[in-house]
Each structure stands twice: as structure tokens, then as C-alpha cells.
Design a protein around this ligand. Structure first.
Ligand code: FMN
Length: 310
């Protein structure tokens, strides 16, 4: 449990959160299911699933496959679109007293701009997380996050349309040669925080049909299997950009896992796949992390961030 002599708050892109454990985009929808298990405002923030401009039904089934220590999903960006989200889900999250980070995803630079315009001036949003692991329809479906020019253009469109210095967290893909190069582009475009990492692209083949298990053929790999990739990506980006806050995610199942990402340089931790197996995992991770930090002699969370670099 937390205690009064330990400061568990954290700051991301100029915003203070009461604790550093968030949900991961897409793994808790807009929070309603998790709220049956604990009050959502016990987490530092709720990161919504990625919201798109228009309603979408996602990709064909099957769209989940189990993998050793993880899972592969090809859900695609399913959801009712930004207007429905703002009227229903955002309002509901605000009523729960949550700090909300809204994740957005577009299929073109213009769509990122349009989404940012819809969010401009909305009350009760602490930051916008920009999921750029989406195919760019204007460029043969090439993923924004895997191309420095496209990654920059998407974040620039959000920055221009969101205005001022509203906190923007750019979420990057580990499926690149040098993640710090993409980080440099999105920081240059106006991101004031980074979310690391999105899923890795994978495939599972059924050994009877000899065809890919997922209808979409490929899917995003998440869960414990990707944790070392997350730790590496966070470490590399923190080493090159020590001033840029990082929301870390990728295979965190408990407080020990979270501590690895924190020591690598994360200032907050999002819990994704672990919540599917154990809906309480974010709360348990929060309490375990606080205990671990106290037992290592820390009186506040922030001073543990990046400890692996010293
Ligand atoms: C079923 C599923 C849906 C996801 N949907 C999104 C999404 O809408 N937007 C996004 O940025 N990331 C999405 N992600 C990626 C997670 O937010 C996270 O970056 C990734 O799964 C690594 O964390 P984890 O190992 O704790 O799940 C999704 C992941 C899963 C497993």
C-alpha cells in the first residue's frame, strides 16, 4: 500500500498525475468493464482506445491468437468515432473523476488534423496520445510510425490543430531500425512526451491448414514476450532525450516488470495485455511498484526514473 511519506505522483508533458500507473490504449476500451473491478480514478490516468474520425468495425475474425508469453491481435481500430466518443465515453470517464488521456488514430495526415480540431478546447482531457502505428492510405498503407517523414507530418498536423502547448504524447512503434530517429522527428514536430512501445508485427501459422491463423494474416504482438524490447526502446530514447517524458508499456505484469521500465527511463507505465487475464493487474502493479520503490529506499517515484543510466 501507499503511505504518506512516499510521493508517488509523476509529471508527463507538464501534467501531474497522482500515480504513474495508466491503462494502455485499446486494452480497457473506455474503462467501463474495468470499473466493475475497482474505481477507475485509483489509476494515474485512463488512456482510451484509439479514437478515429468515423465509426469503424475493425478487421475480420479470427483476430486474436495466443503466443508463448503473449498474444497476437489484429482487431484493427474498431469504434464508434470521435463524436460518439466525446458525447458518451468522455463524459462518463469525467463523471468517474478520472484523469483522461485520449488516444487518436488517423489514416491520413488530414485525419490526424481533423481529430485534433475536434479535441481542441474540450474540457477534461489531460493529454492527447497520438497512435501513429496506423497505415497511411495516401502512401500504400505504409505505417506512419515506421517512416520519419510521415511520423513528423502526423504529429505536426496534431500540434497545429490542437494549438498552443497542449500536451501531445506520440506513441511509437518498435518495428524500426532506430527508434531514436523517429523520436527525434516527432519531438521536432511538437510532441512533448512519448509512449513506448506499441505492439510488434507478428504472424502465427496454423500447422494443419498451413495458413495464417489471423484473418488479417499479421497482428500486433503484446504481453510478457515483448518486455525486453520495451525496456531496450525506453532505455535508448531516454539516453538520447533525457528531458522528454516517456510513458512506458510492453509486457508489464507486475511491480517488478514496471520497475524495469521505470529504471530504463519511463515516467509512467501503461498496463495492457495483463488486464485481460487479471482485471486487477493495474491496481496490483501500482501497489507492488510503490512497495518496491520504498524498499529500495526511494521517497518519491520520480527519482527512480532512469536509474539504470546513472
Ligand atoms: C487487443 C489490443 C488492442 C490494442 N489497441 C490499441 C489501440 O487502439 N491504440 C494503441 O495505441 N495501442 C493499442 N494496443 C497496444 C497497447 O496499447 C500496448 O502498446 C501494447 O499492447 C504493449 O503493452 P502490453 O504488452 O502491456 O499489452 C492494443 C493492444 C492490444 C493487445
Amino acid at each position: 500500500m501507499m503511505s504518506e511519506d512516499f510521493d508517488f505522483s509523476t509529471e508527463i508533458a507538464g501534467v501531474r498525475f497522482k500515480n504513474p500507473i495508466f491503462t494502455a490504449s485499446g486494452c480497457a476500451a473506455s474503462g467501463k468493464e474495468l470499473s466493475q473491478f475497482f474505481p477507475l480514478n485509483e489509476l494515474g490516468a485512463i488512456v482510451t482506445k484509439s479514437i478515429m474520425l468515423k465509426e469503424r468495425s475493425g478487421r475480420p475474425t479470427p483476430r486474436m491468437a495466443e503466443t508463448p508469453s503473449g498474444m497476437l491481435n489484429s482487431i484493427g481500430l474498431q469504434g464508434p468515432g470521435i463524436d460518439h466518443f466525446l458525447e458518451n465515453d468522455l463524459r462518463w470517464l469525467q463523471e468517474q473523476g478520472c484523469d483522461v488521456i485520449v488516444s487518436i488514430a488517423g489514416e491520413s495526415v488530414d485525419e490526424y488534423g481533423a481529430l485534433a480540431r475536434r479535441l481542441r478546447g474540450q474540457r477534461g482531457i489531460k493529454a492527447v496520445e497520438v497512435n501513429i502505428s496506423c497505415p497511411n492510405v495516401a502512401d500504400r498503407g505504409q505505417v506512419f510510425a515506421c517512416n520519419p517523414v510521415a511520423a513528423r507530418a502526423a504529429i505536426e498536423a496534431v500540434r497545429i490543430n490542437l494549438g498552443g502547448d497542449f500536451p501531445i504524447i506520440a506513441k511509437l512503434s518498435p518495428d524500426v531500425t532506430d527508434i531514436t530517429e523517429i523520436a527525434a522527428e516527432v519531438i521536432g514536430a511538437g510532441a512533448n512526451g512519448l509512449a513506448l512501445i506499441n505492439t510488434l508485427l507478428g504472424m502465427v501459422i496454423d500447422t494443419v491448414s498451413l495458413k495464417p491463423v489471423l484473418a488479417g494474416r499479421t497482428g500486433g504482438l503484446s504481453g510478457a514476450a515483448i518486455r525486453p524490447v520495451a525496456v531496450r526502446a525506453i532505455y535508448q530514447v531516454r539516453a538520447r532525450f533525457p528531458q522528454i517524458p516517456i510513458v512506458g508499456m510492453g509486457g508489464v505484469l507486475n511491480g517488478e516488470d514496471a520497475l524495469q521500465l521505470v529504471a530504463a527511463g519511463a515516467q509512467a507505465i501503461s498496463i495492457g495485455t495483463a488486464s485481460f487475464g487479471n482485471p486487477m493487474s493495474a491496481i496490483e502493479t501500482r501497489d507492488e511498484l510503490a512497495e518496491l520503490l520504498r524498499s529500495r529506499g526511494f521517497s518519491d517515484f520520480t527519482s527512480a526514473s532512469g536509474a539504470a543510466h546513472e
